[in-house]
Design a protein around this ligand. Structure first.
Ligand code: WT7
Length: 655
């Protein structure tokens, strides 16, 4: 970890934020949870979670022990219990007479819509469960999911959960190579994909990437099920490829869900770490569902009978897993699902949807809010957003300016904002205000949730006093914590449990203000956060050096007004290569990164430099490159083996 320092200076002024927004008495009185929940949880933390597990879930077999931490850091929650995720998200609502309640209002990018009730969704999931079983998928097998934001994505995930197969959703913006490495790592037996989707009014394809991914033999995939979404022609491998609609038509709509062990694997989701190889984060069933459902209810104050909830995240990320699929459906919520981009066919599309469906709880990312700010408030002002009563933010720190805009322009100056800190690894929200309890502060995630032992510690693992900064840690196991890294328990221990003795190291810098409220300050490792998406500097560097022109590469995340951070790469080209006339190396290398990892990883800038700044021991000084990329004077470069390197780079940049 080369950047393990906390650069809190830029945030110093935030700690003097004086604005406070307490809940209105009416909101507080009607809220799902109240102030006393903190004391209850503190009194008996594990007992508190056991109570939530029984309150939010229907267990086919009750558990005997809430937490087994005897093999720390490998946790077992709700030991001996059996529970089916799909039954909890679907059948039990239908059995309770809520079959006609809308589960999903689907809105396709071209404007096609579908209203799916809990009864409909249950039937579709039962069929898909039968269909997957008929293709030989058994409990414990892995299924790769490479789908756009369409209802079939939810159906696929829940059908896997129903039969105990482990889904591994790969974001549609990842390349064929990235998909293949994830298929191989998880040894997936089945791939579920679509011909494609729509992006800004045009068809965009997915199936060709699956074909590319599977072109080289040596993989474990037996079948590819293909949803017809945009109608594009796709190549077909006889015997391997099957049409979703044909397989589903043939499947029975009868399927009985059986309980799976509370610790049965629910899914793997790959995320970037500090090395080139993505980590397969493993989540299991009982604890994960408990914390998803509890937080979805407490943090968004969700009222399933009356609220219309919309989380704008793609199912390719953990937010889509926990707060589009599992949390809301387990709670019986009605939600909006939108396939496309916010500016298609016009920049008011989101607000048009809020007005149309009377969305009351909206959960999105700071990068989206800042983009909308740039487009101007006259766009949202054209729509009736008065249905909104709670606003959520996730993925990166939200700057107070964007927070205030969100509150005023989208929330009508009244809806509480919950800034939610968590990670793929934590599975569910960990730090956030409670909208009926907390007086919110623009820019701060503020308080660990009841039953969550988050702290900020110094270099030596000692808690920092109020007014000081350090590293965010979690002191006690929590129900939705990752259980391991798929196939690599050593890496799990090394990455999260070795920095400080016995506590979970999140990789984020944080400060406690004078009230003890927590402010997140960004990553302290080689992980970047671009538009709330996690990218690894090392992974992009490996992609760059895999191109024959590149001798060396260094990647940094530079502050960006809209996306939080932007990827900036510095590359040294090989002396011997002849670059064809008219080829722009930066453009070629950007495209190469897009092919290796996916369009989301393409550097915003690639600078060709003669040398990289290195210490005498040969370590690249990324800090200096970050200074340059952010337009600062890199200052002291005397520890470099060749101090003139930075002058050269700065001079090149001015050209
Ligand atoms: C990293 C986790 C949690 C789902 C989306 C991202 C950053 C996340 C916040 C927030 C400040 C945040 C952290 C964290 N992050 N939420 N509210 N305030 N930073 O999941 O891809 O696993 O990324 O996102 O740096 O470590 P992820």
């Amino acid at each position: 970890m080369s950047q393990q320092t906390v650069n809190g200076d830029a945030f110093e002024n935030l700690l003097h934020e004086e604005r406070r927004f307490p809940p209105t008495p009416e909101f507080a009185a009607a809220a799902n949870v109240h102030e006393d929940i903190y004391a209850t949880a503190a009194e008996d933390r594990v007992g508190f979670w056991a109570e939530q597990a029984r309150k939010y879930l229907t267990w086919s077999k009750d558990f005997d022990q809430a937490l087994d931490w005897s093999e720390a850091p490998f946790a077992k929650w709700f030991v001996g219990g059996e529970v089916n995720a799909a039954y909890n998200a679907l059948d039990r609502h239908v059995e309770a007479g809520l079959g006609d309640r809308v589960a999903i209002y689907f809105e396709g990018e071209p404007g096609d819509t579908e209203t799916i009730t809990y009864a409909d969704l249950t039937e579709r999931v039962k069929k898909a469960a039968n269909a997957f079983e008929s293709l030989g998928v058994r409990k414990g097998d892995r299924v790769a999911v490479y789908l756009p934001m369409i209802p079939e994505a939810v159906v696929t995930m829940l059908a896997c959960a129903r039969i105990g197969a482990v889904h591994s959703v790969v974001f549609g913006g990842f390349s064929a190579d990235a998909l293949r490495s994830r298929i191989d790592d998880a040894e997936a037996k089945l791939v579920v994909t679509a011909d494609g989707t729509y992006r800004r009014g045009k068809p965009s394809s997915l199936k060709p990437a699956v074909d590319d991914a599977l072109a080289e033999p040596g993989h474990t995939v037996e079948h590819v099920v293909v949803v017809r979404r945009n109608g594009q022609d796709v190549a077909w491998t006889q015997g391997r490829d099957l049409h979703w609609h044909e397989v589903m038509e043939a499947a029975s709509a009868e399927h009985t869900a059986v309980g799976h062990d509370s610790e049965h694997p629910l899914y793997i989701l790959y995320t970037s770490g500090t090395t080139g190889k993505p980590k397969g984060i493993l989540h299991t069933t009982g604890g994960y569902l408990t914390q998803c459902a509890f937080t979805h209810s407490a943090v968004f104050d969700l009222k399933p009978e009356t609220d219309v909830y919309w989380c704008t995240a793609d199912i390719g990320w953990v937010t889509g897993h926990s707060y589009v699929v599992y949390g809301p459906l387990v709670n019986g919520a009605t939600q909006v699902m939108y396939e496309g981009t916010p500016d298609s066919p016009h920049q008011g599309r989101w607000w048009e949807l809020v007005e149309k469906y009377k969305v009351s709880v909206l959960y999105t990312a700071p990068t989206a809010i800042r983009t909308m700010m740039k487009w101007g408030r006259d766009i949202p002002d054209k729509y009736d957003l008065s249905s909104i009563r709670v606003l959520g933010s996730v993925g990166e720190p939200i700057n107070p300016e964007a927070w205030m805009w969100y509150r005023e322009v989208i929330g009508g100056g009244k809806a509480p904002i919950v800034d939610t800190w968590w990670q793929t690894e934590t599975g569910a929200i960990m730090v956030a205000p409670l909208p009926g309890v907390t007086a919110t502060k623009p820019g701060s995630a503020q308080v660990p949730l009841p039953g969550i032992a988050v702290d900020v510690v110094d270099e030596n693992g000692k808690p920092v006093p109020n007014g000081h900064g350090g590293f965010l840690v979690v002191r006690e196991p929590w129900p939705s914590m990752l259980r391991t890294i798929w196939g690599d328990p050593e890496r799990f221990k090394d990455t999260y449990w070795s920095r400080f003795e016995g506590v979970y190291f999140a990789g984020d810098g944080a400060k406690k203000d004078d009230d003890g409220d927590i402010w997140l300050l960004g990553r302290v490792d080689d992980v970047m956060n671009v538009s709330g998406h996690r990218l690894s500097t090392t992974e992009i560097e490996s992609a760059l050096v895999s191109h024959e022109w590149v001798a060396e590469a260094a990647v940094v995340g530079a502050v960006d007004e809209t996306t939080g951070q932007a990827v900036v790469a510095f590359v040294i080209l090989r002396g011997e290569v002849e670059i064809p006339e008219g080829d722009d190396p930066s453009a070629v290398l950007r495209a190469h990164v897009g092919k290796e990892i996916g369009p989301i990883a393409k550097p915003k800038h690639i600078l060709v430099v003669p040398e990289l700044p290195k210490t005498r021991s040969g370590k690249i000084m990324r800090r200096l490159l970050k200074d340059v990329a952010e337009g600062r004077d890199p200052g002291d470069a005397t520890t470099l083996a060749d101090p003139s390197v930075m002058q050269q780079i700065a001079a090149d940049l001015r050209k």
